[in-house]
Design a protein around this ligand. Structure first.
Ligand SMILES: NC(=O)c1ccc[n+]([C@@H]2O[C@H](COP(=O)([O-])OP(=O)(O)OC[C@H]3O[C@@H](n4cnc5c(N)ncnc54)[C@H](O)[C@@H]3O)[C@@H](O)[C@H]2O)c1
Length: 365
């Protein structure tokens, strides 16, 4: 049986049986689309488009873009917009975004700006996309190394979560999804976090086993619920939705630094994991956490992801990048922190030494 969750301005449908929702989808369109275009990146075109087409009963026209965060840029947008034009897409066309978070972010952005907006559906194929990126209507692209600088809130007609696509997801991409699941469990409550802490400790440094994947699939719905319920309350990020940025002020700055300077940059999930550890440290200092608790949580997260060191001579550059974060106001760095597990708060952080100590803490554990 399929399961439908409301994220306020759109629904998220989780298929229980491979392909079932894709087969029934056309009958459920609230409008009659003209042309249907399928946007994939070069990997999801190979691994996911054939699965999609084997279930989806209507003809689609393919648009394929290069994969990876470095391609979440205006050049890829041009490629999509020109393909829409050359395929005579019009306001009655539908764009189906089939891919990870990079693909649904750029697909939603290009659809909602083409001819002042055409309808789109997100079908996430990565764990990160399923539990987080595909829902909630944040769309956008990067400028150079600056993350998600151009974009708009634009809501998909629907989000369809088909776990069948995870069959081809590479091992390291599973870990990226876990980063956002950790975030959801830390901001939502202690019971969920206890399960995750145990999972991280059991799977630290290892490839995620079959049992580990089963655990993640069982927890997926709960993670989607956290995102959906917050987004439903505050779709335009006036208040509660900011809590979902836990780990992201420092995480995005580190990701930006890495995108600009490293040949093989950190993935979004890896950067957010580092950001969460640093922001846990800042939370512990501002809200008097027990050091032992901070250490247990942080070590479990750090050991789960590939090893990484933030050289001290990068600290100033990373802090400078935080001022460009979209959450910053008048260059004041703002973070979503945790008074305790399940008790998030929004806080201006202006103590540069505290931020440097947080980066050193990450290196030290
Ligand atoms: N809009 C939001 O609310 C939101 C929230 C969180 C993250 N994000 C964004 O999401 C992006 C990260 O998402 P991601 O980790 O999914 O990145 P991604 O889309 O780049 O996917 C990661 C890699 O996995 C490949 N892939 C995806 N699904 C596959 C499958 N089933 N089989 C084989 N290969 C597959 C992709 O081609 C890519 O190479 C970042 O750009 C981040 O900013 C957006």
């Amino acid at each position: 049986m399929n399961n439908t969750i409301s994220a306020g301005k759109h629904l998220i449908n989780i298929s229980a049986e491979a392909g079932s929702r894709l087969v029934s989808l056309p009958g459920e369109f609230a409008f009659k689309p003209g042309k249907i275009l399928l946007l994939t990146d070069e990997n999801t075109y190979v691994y996911c488009a054939p699965v999609f087409k084997s279930y989806f009963p209507l003809p689609v026209t393919d648009i394929i873009i290069p994969a990876g965060e470095k391609k979440k840029n205006i050049d890829s947008c041009m490629l999509i917009w020109k393909s829409l034009l050359s395929n005579t897409a019009d306001r009655n066309s539908l764009l189906i975004n089939l891919g990870g978070g990079m693909l649904t972010d750029i697909g939603g952005f290009t659809a909602s700006t083409f001819m002042r907006g055409i309808k789109f559906i997100n079908i996430p194929t990565s764990l990160l996309g399923m539990v987080d990126a595909s829902a909630g209507g944040k769309t956008g692209i990067d400028i150079d190394e600056y993350k998600n600088m151009i974009g708009l809130f634009a809501f998909p007609e629907a989000v369809i979560v088909e776990p069948v696509f995870l069959r081809t997801l590479p091992q390291n991409e599973w870990k990226n999804g876990v980063a956002e699941m950790i975030k959801h469990s830390l901001i939502s409550g202690s019971e969920t976090w206890k399960h995750f802490l145990f999972f991280l400790q059991q799977n630290g440094g290892e490839e995620i086993s079959g049992r580990g994947r089963e655990f993640l699939l069982q927890r997926m719905q709960e993670s989607i619920n956290v995102k959906a319920s917050i987004v439903a309350k505050d779709p335009f990020e006036k208040l509660e939705r900011k809590f979902l940025n836990f780990g992201h002020t420092i995480g995005h700055a580190i990701e930006s630094w890495s995108l600009k300077n490293e040949e093989v940059p950190l993935s979004h999930g890896e950067a957010i994991a580092i950001g969460m550890i640093a922001e846990l440290y800042i939370s512990s200092k501002l809200f008097s956490w027990e050091h032992q608790e901070l250490k247990i949580f942080s070590s479990a997260i750090k050991n789960f992801f590939p090893p990484y060191t933030i050289e001290e001579d990068r600290y100033n550059g990373i802090i400078e990048l935080m001022k460009h974060d979209k959450k910053a106001s008048e260059s004041k760095i703002t973070m979503s922190l945790l008074k305790a597990v399940g008790n998030p708060v929004i806080q201006v952080v202006d103590d540069v030494q505290l931020m440097k100590d947080a980066l050193s803490f990450y290196n030290s554990i």
